[in-house]
Design a binder for this molecule. Structure first.
Ligand SMILES: Cc1cc2nc3c(=O)[nH]c(=O)nc-3n(C[C@H](O)[C@H](O)[C@H](O)COP(=O)(O)OP(=O)(O)OC[C@H]3O[C@@H](n4cnc5c(N)ncnc54)[C@H](O)[C@@H]3O)c2cc1C
Length: 470
């Protein structure tokens, strides 16, 4: 039975990124009235910040069906489905035209940061009548203006881009990290574009081992070839390369597979000094530069700049008054988390899932898109588009369609369960270099070298049950 507020109020969508806009398109297709609240002064504000990065998935995987239907109504010319856009291309060729469609344009409110979500008249503790109360969202604009908005349901598609993990290996900012805010870049700097001056001729330490690290390293090594004095060091928490470089030719997303292989080649050629097994404990500024210390007392050579690509976490503070059902480790919805937990999965695939798996104890509230994955790193746009199709159907009451979820994701080619590699705890630097096809190391930690340079720190450890040292 519908409650009074359900018939009149809009569905609030938090974030005008690719998934938030797709959610609005699906809600419209279901006869719902979405209102999209975007913190930035333009749609796709987070994607714009990595606009220089090329996506590893081609256009065919980057667009949403309901959104394309709106666009085609406006005579939109679809890009080549096999071409790979940059983040900027995604915004300019797809998100901007989508947001400008007459159906969506009047429903998007820019410069409205959602700072809190609750149920009107109900704090988290209060139960009786809770599900009949509308959601109340507190919004803040950049000039400090505050507003409230009532909604019958909420889809939070605000991503995780603005809450990167700190450098500190224990999940907290390392001592010295906050003070060095102007020398640490969280994300992927545009080292060949707007950030060129910042990195040209500098000693740069990249921390992290995901696709963001790969993209940062590739641009920085190109810069090093053009600007003498630019050196790159790479610090990785894992003690072995293991599956770091991904599935290569086995990756069903060719460009994703190639990314890892290009880094592997750079390591083999000695284009960067790699330190495995480094867990950042503290950062200090010395006369020679910034010095990073590891948890076991190791010290890396001084650098001028640090690029932190240590992953992301969801901002849950604004959802404090809602009754969320989140996995305690992954911070993703409880039913979804086991499907994407990087401790046990590496395939990049996830079982089809929708409104049912994304539901929380708080009825009619959903996390979608990148944020739905919590701290897990393997999110793909395709997943988000199917999530919001299902969620929009559920909000409209069409549970048959909501449950009919279909999703087939391209595997990474490094599928394993338990992530236990037989030799992972035993490898020495020489063995690791041999594994990437390089000749034996001759040097210690240092600047760019014609020889491969690799150091594994700390004594090899074996986890309980003989699992990998991580
Ligand atoms: C460098 C990079 C490359 C990637 N490449 C690929 C790829 O090749 N293929 C692929 O499938 N996926 C890729 N991804 C993963 C993922 O698809 C993208 O991160 C995608 O942008 C996620 O979309 P989203 O809509 O969930 O979140 P976002 O794009 O992060 O959008 C969230 C929006 O919410 C807004 N927002 C944030 N907080 C608030 C708030 N409190 N109130 C209101 N608005 C708010 C933000 O400003 C932003 O506009 C990549 C990610 C990164 C970082």
């Amino acid at each position: 039975m519908e409650t009074r507020h359900e018939t009149k109020l809009p569905v609030a969508v938090i974030g005008a990124g690719p998934v938030g806009l797709a959610a609005a398109a699906h809600l419209l297709a279901q006869g719902q009235a979405p209102v999209v609240l975007e913190a930035g002064t333009a749609i796709g504000a987070s994607v714009r910040e990595w606009g220089h990065v090329r996506l590893f998935s081609p256009w065919r995987y980057n667009v949403d069906a309901a959104s394309v239907a709106l666009l085609e109504g406006q005579g939109w010319q679809a890009p080549d489905p096999d071409a790979f856009p940059t983040g900027r291309g995604l915004v300019e060729r797809y998100l901007e035209p989508l947001a400008a469609t007459p159906q969506l344009a009047p429903r998007i409110r820019l410069d409205r940061r959602v700072v809190a979500v609750t149920r009107q008249g109900f704090d988290k503790m209060k139960s009786a009548g809770r599900e009949d109360a509308p959601f109340l969202l507190h919004l803040r604009s950049s000039d400090g203006r505050a507003e409230g908005l009532l909604a019958r349901a909420v889809i939070d598609a605000s991503g995780t881009w603005r809450s990167p993990n700190p450098l500190g290996a224990s999940g907290l900012a390392a001592p010295g990290e906050a003070e060095l805010a102007d020398r640490i870049f969280f994300g992927i700097p545009d080292a060949l574009g707007v950030h060129r001056e910042r990195y040209a001729g500098r000693r740069v330490l990249v921390v992290g081992s995901g696709h963001s690290a790969f993209n940062a390293i590739l641009d920085l090594t190109t810069l090093a070839g053009e600007e003498p004095g630019t050196t790159i060091a790479w610090a990785v928490r894992r003690r072995t390369f293991g599956q770091i470089f991904g599935g290569g030719e086995n990756d069903l997303l060719e460009a994703r597979g190639e990314l890892g292989q290009r880094i592997r080649d750079l390591v083999a050629r000695g284009a960067l000094a790699v330190t495995l097994g480094f867990r950042t404990a503290a950062l200090t500024v010395t006369e020679e530069g910034i010095v990073a210390a590891g948890e076991e007392g190791e010290i890396l050579p001084p650098v001028d700049e640090i690029v932190a690509t240590t992953g992301f976490r969801p901002d849950l503070a604004m959802l404090r008054e809602l009754r969320l059902g989140l996995d305690p480790a992954v911070e993703a919805p409880t039913a979804l988390a086991p499907l994407i937990d990087p401790n046990v999965h590496s395939c990049g695939t996830v079982r089809p899932h929708g409104a049912e798996e994304l539901a929380h104890p708080e009825r009619d509230f959903y996390l979608a898109g990148m944020k739905s994955y919590g701290r897990a790193p393997t999110f793909l746009l395709l997943t988000g588009y199917e999530q919001v199709r299902s969620v929009a159907a559920a909000i409209a009451g069409d549970w048959e369609s909501a449950r009919d979820v279909r999703l087939e994701l391209p595997e990474t080619g490094v599928c394993s369960s338990g992530l236990v590699a037989s030799s992972c705890c035993a490898a020495t630097p020489a063995e690791e270099l041999a594994a990437v096809g390089a000749p034996a190391a001759t040097g210690g930690l240092g600047a760019v070298s014609p020889e491969p340079v690799l150091v594994t720190l700390g004594a090899p450890r074996k986890a309980a049950g003989g699992a990998c040292c991580g």
